[in-house]
Design a protein around this ligand. Structure first.
Ligand SMILES: Nc1ncnc2c1ncn2[C@@H]1O[C@H](COP(=O)(O)OP(=O)(O)OP(=O)(O)O)[C@@H](O)[C@H]1O
Length: 482
């Protein structure tokens, strides 16, 4: 199959087969063409040339191909059961509410997902939503199931649950295409491998025999340097910004955290234990019910995220499509969103200056765009994320940068670039706050780690000495729970 967008040849002459019960890893750098290929497989896009042939499904209401998207597609104001039902309605049969709840419950149980079918999707954590999304895809018993970075918002136990479910499906004969930028997951789950680079298939064959390094090399076409840059030489004792005894109804209980300038501080825990709330409070998006946020020891109150930005606090939100980007806006408009005073001094628009500044950013982060005027909606997911993080590099006087899942959907090569930029920012004196569902990233990128459990601080670790086990110990409640 081939498919172009204007002059961009997103997918060029790709041919592969996948047998029932096989799990195929589809990998490639950001912008390599993975999403386009998946959209061709699922029929959301028409190929320019070529075709897809899929065996008919086994069940009467089955579908040939189902896909779990990277960007969640559930309706927030509907219940879990209603969301699952919606997807099946296309199959024709209208069923009673009771039957639909029962069948939703059975799909969730089969997957081992502990979520009430009557909960509204809006009340679920991102991880739970992702699991419901997967349940939705599985509920149509597809011949081919496509999973586009299904683990990017899941943490340890949920990932294990998902993998067990995928293995069960495969054993029952479902063919699976699995996309992930976390290489260790590919080795755990996949049999075969399709590597794409710039729209072209560079490798199709068994995964066995590959190492992480050889896989990355096949993807990027060159050897890569190490993923994580160094750490801060020391942790300054004085905080740049801190939370003192902060509570938020039902979510945080007397949390005190200190974020020094010049260092990366991670706030981690299992999904839904308060990390996101901490990020939002620091970024001025949520106000604590009690307790204080202090900058250099002076209590501050932000009326909203803009007020926080005026104090030099930047925020990279987890859902770039909802909160972060003007999707119709150009790369340049999005990149300079927070940097108006620098790019347009004294309020005078300066296109030349804008071009120079944005061009520098595009080069530094290797953002793949056809021009600075290309709408960000046309960029691949990983490149959108780079724009969102890179934006803060252009802001003079940045003092705090809060990153909430900054490398979701970002390939390993691009990750290394983002990590280097984050470390440079810290080295220049910015206090970086990292909230991430990726344990490797939490351990590799940070200097100190706070672990939250049930809205309370259950541990503080120095990242250089910490292991995954240490973090998990505290994330499960640590000694406090005993
Ligand atoms: N609707 C579109 N209009 C114009 N260009 C597009 C469109 N969709 C994709 N492209 C381009 O096609 C190329 C492949 O993009 P695609 O989204 O398939 O990559 P990807 O491998 O999924 O990347 P990522 O890992 O970042 O999600 C990119 O150069 C992208 O900018």
């Amino acid at each position: 199959m081939s498919r172009s967008f204007g002059a961009t040849r997103a997918v060029q002459d790709i041919s592969f087969t996948i047998a029932p019960g096989e799990v195929l890893a589809l990998v490639g750098e950001n912008g390599a063409g993975k999403s386009t290929l998946m959209n061709l497989l699922v029929g959301a896009l028409e190929p320019d040339t070529g075709s897809v042939r899929v065996a008919p499904p086994s069940g009467p209401h089955g579908r040939r191909v189902a896909m779990v998207h990277q960007e969640l597609s559930l309706f927030d104001n509907l219940t879990v059961a209603e969301n699952l039902e919606l997807d099946r309605e296309g199959g024709g049969a209208v069923v009673s509410e009771r039957a639909s709840r029962a069948s939703a419950r059975s799909v969730l149980e089969h997957l081992g997902v502990d979520v009430s079918v009557d909960a509204t999707v809006g009340s679920l954590t991102v991880g739970q939503r992702q699991l419901v999304e997967i349940a939705k895809a599985v509920s149509v018993s597809p011949t081919l199931l496509i999973l586009d970075e299904p683990t990017s918002s899941l943490e340890g136990p949920q990932v294990a649950l998902l993998f067990a479910a995928v293995r069960r499906l495969a054993a029952a004969g479902t063919a699976v295409v699995f996309v992930s930028h976390r290489t260790e997951e590919l080795f755990e789950l996949c049999d075969r491998l399709l590597v794409m680079r710039d729209g072209v298939q560079v490798e199709f064959g068994p995964l066995a025999g590959h190492t992480r390094a050889s896989l990355v090399e096949s993807m990027v076409g060159r050897e890569t340097s190490t993923l994580y840059p160094g750490r801060a030489p020391s942790l300054p004792p004085e905080p740049e910004i801190e939370l003192v005894d902060v509570s938020l109804a039902g979510r945080l209980h007397g949390v005190s955290l200190s974020f020094p300038a010049g260092a990366v501080t991670a706030v981690t825990g299992l999904d839904g234990h308060g990390q996101t709330e901490v990020a939002e409070i620091l970024a001025g998006a949520t106000r604590p019910a009690s307790g204080t946020v202090a900058v250099h020891g002076v209590p501050v109150r932000f009326s909203g995220p803009r007020a926080a930005v005026r104090r030099g606090i930047g925020y990279v939100p987890p859902d770039r499509r909802l909160d972060g980007l003007l999707l119709d806006g150009s790369v340049a408009a999005n990149a300079t969103l927070a940097a108006a005073p620098r790019v347009h001094p004294r309020g005078v628009r300066s296109p030349r200056r804008e071009r120079r500044v944005v061009q520098g950013l595009v080069q530094r982060l290797a953002i793949k765009a056809s021009s600075l005027h290309q709408p960000v909606v046309e960029l691949s997911g990983g490149n959108q994320q780079k724009v969102l993080v890179g934006r803060w590099l252009l802001v003079p006087g940045l003092r705090v940068l809060v990153l909430n899942d900054p490398t979701r959907g970002v390939d390993v090569g691009s990750r290394a670039q983002i990590y280097a930029v984050v470390r440079d920012l810290a080295a220049s004196g910015v206090a970086v706050v990292l909230v991430s569902t990726d344990m490797q990233e939490t351990l590799g990128l940070s200097d100190q780690i706070y672990v939250l459990y049930s809205g309370r601080v259950s541990g503080r670790l120095l990242a250089a000495d910490a292991t995954e086990r240490d973090v998990m110990h505290h994330a499960m409640g640590g000694d406090a729970r005993a």
